[in-house]
Design a protein. Sequence first.
Length: 150
Amino acid sequence: MVFYDVLCCSYRSMATVGDGGGCTEVIDVLVVDDEPQLAEMIGIYLERTDETLDVATATSASEGLATLDESVDCVISDYHMPQMDGLAFLDRVSERVPDAVRILYTSDDDIDLMIAARDAGIDYVHKEVSTAQYAAMATHIRRRATVTRR
């Protein structure tokens, strides 16, 4: 699995489960995907992988913005959504919750999209439906949210 981590500014493999540093505070995560079953599945796997993650889901950018409050530590968004794309949505998130970790989760292999995400301070994760990826993403969220809180 490969992702672009804005904090480290480099390509690397996602972390494995269990090496996140022992965060015990609850980390509030919002998953936004216009496919309700996928949003729910991502949330379930993230919570099963890491008991410190508390995941809410939304099925549109407008629902995500309505759900968003300052307690959200991380927002994961699909790129292709009907009202606005994930990049525009995550830019709006940063206006409302500037310290939230933002992850663009997409099946696109578009280097220009990856660069645009990086330039906007957004982590890019290529979408794979696998428990290993959700476990690595949970560890990544825990690490990034913990660093952001310091």
